[in-house]
Design a protein around this ligand. Structure first.
Ligand SMILES: [Ca+2]
Ligand SMILES: [Ca+2]
Length: 438
């Protein structure tokens, strides 16, 4: 049943809205969120009550994430959502719309018995849209509601305004607009990449080197490589083999998972031998890692790794991970929660962004809003050809490995191909892709 909530008189809405002409709030992460893209509701602007948000009291009733009057609680999907979003409360977000155009706006919400909110874009867009939310059956039963909006280009504020309470909000995304088409020279840089689960079973130096040789052997030769089921102890060997085979300098970053039983609630008690690596012929100018502490048969926390590469002066964020599997716990939920953490983490960095790894699930889970959508777009869905299955050798029947680009359109997949020529080096096959990056 849809519950329609009475609106406050319009003059009250006007009185409640922030004065954008003198807007003194600032983006939570320090820079505007790039649209098309996604904003997390808990990442409302800095600037305080009456500027960046309005909340009816100064207590954060969820007690999470930020120390303001806005009520933030943990989401069942991982990350956080806005709860206690009472009538007349609002939140502002500073975004930068890449180009004027028609966008699909998606709001990710939960409402036990239905509600409505207004979504606004000020400045060059002048959008003030009422959105009806059907009952989803619970405060943590998440659904998407969408509408179409014509947005002007440039920096502006998005406002979420609660008409009558009765809903929680987790994120808002803008998709569509003018995506890159990938035509013409000078219209960006083509970046060849490869991802491979090289299989941890063989710990020999020979295996480490032949895996790198296989990645380099096919064309176009990758300039960014992500490997999973890799040995921390062979990190220098991977780079040595890449450099000796290409005559080029390679840069690398590595992060290890946390072995089963070693997660202490806030960190990993021991460094493990198995992890993920990012290697690049373009300088890695910054890197970081984090854990997704949701257990499976082999690990108590999976690693996420980020490397910022300098692509001829353009910073490109590359994310890598290897998600849970094995059937010892609810692996699908562990993966979903990990992907929410990954998307939330990526939201702190500028576009263009790429993400790769063995996600241990088929596209019906990965290419959903509980998975990597709408923030990331699977290269396969854009440009895939040939067999898409990456596991298991010799007769793969599953697509477990992925290359994604973020939804901003700053990186667009040109090709996405499974390399079937690697024989018995691993039980997986490499996934190669090219992106047009600008
Ligand atoms: Ca409050
Ligand atoms: Ca509130």
């Amino acid at each position: 049943m849809i519950k329609h909530v009475l609106l406050a008189p319009f003059f009250c809405l006007l009185a409640a809205l922030p004065a954008f002409a003198q807007y003194s709030g600032s983006p939570y992460t320090g820079s505007p969120v790039q649209f098309p893209g996604a904003i997390y509701a808990a990442n409302f602007d800095n600037g305080g009550e009456g500027v960046a948000y309005h909340d009816t009291d100064w207590i954060n009733w969820g007690g999470q994430y930020r120390d303001t009057g806005v009520d933030i609680e943990p989401s069942s999907e991982g990350g956080y959502d806005i709860g206690w979003f009472d009538a007349g409360e609002w939140l502002n977000y500073t975004v930068n719309v890449a180009s004027a155009g028609t966008y699909t706006i998606t709001v990710h919400v939960a409402s036990p018995s239905g509600a409505s909110l207004h979504v606004g874009f000020n400045g060059p867009s002048s959008v003030w849209q009422q959105v009806w939310v059907p009952g989803s059956g619970g405060w943590q039963n998440w659904i998407d509601v969408t509408f179409t909006a014509t947005l002007g280009a440039g920096v502006q504020q998005v406002t979420l305004y609660s008409d009558g309470g009765g809903l929680n909000v987790e994120w808002l995304a803008a998709t569509g607009g003018s995506r890159a088409t990938g035509t013409g020279s000078g219209d960006g840089t083509v970046l060849p990449v490869a991802e491979w689960n090289i299989e941890i079973d063989d710990n020999s130096e020979w295996h480490a080197r032949v895996a790198m040789d296989n990645l380099l052997a096919s064309g176009p030769r990758p300039e960014v490589i992500v490997i999973v089921e890799a040995y921390a102890g062979w990190f220098g060997t991977y780079i040595d083999e890449l450099q000796s085979q290409t005559g080029q300098q390679w840069y690398g970053a590595f992060a290890t998972h946390c072995a089963s039983g070693d997660w202490n609630g806030s960190g990993c008690n021991n460094s493990w031998y198995q992890g993920i690596g990012i290697f690049s012929t373009h300088p890695i100018t910054d890197s970081s890692s984090r854990f997704f502490p949701y257990p499976d048969c082999w690990t108590s926390a999976r690693a996420g790794l980020r490397a910022q590469i300098d692509l001829n002066g353009l910073p490109v964020q590359v994310f890598a991970t290897h998600l849970q599997t094995g059937g010892c716990s609810n692996d699908a939920q562990s993966r979903y929660t990990s992907m929410q953490d990954l998307k939330s983490w990526a939201g702190n960095y500028s576009a263009p962004q790429l993400a790769a790894g063995d996600f241990n699930a088929d596209p019906d889970q990965i290419d959903s809003s509980s998975g990597m959508s709408p923030y990331f777009v699977d290269s396969w869905s854009v440009a895939g050809t040939g067999s898409r299955f990456t596991a298991f050798v010799p007769n793969p029947t599953m697509k477990l490995d992925y290359w994604f680009s973020d939804a901003s359109g700053r990186a667009t997949a040109q090709t996405s191909v499974v390399n079937t020529s690697t024989g018995w080096v691993s039980d997986h096959m490499p996934l190669q892709a090219t992106f047009l990056v600008k």
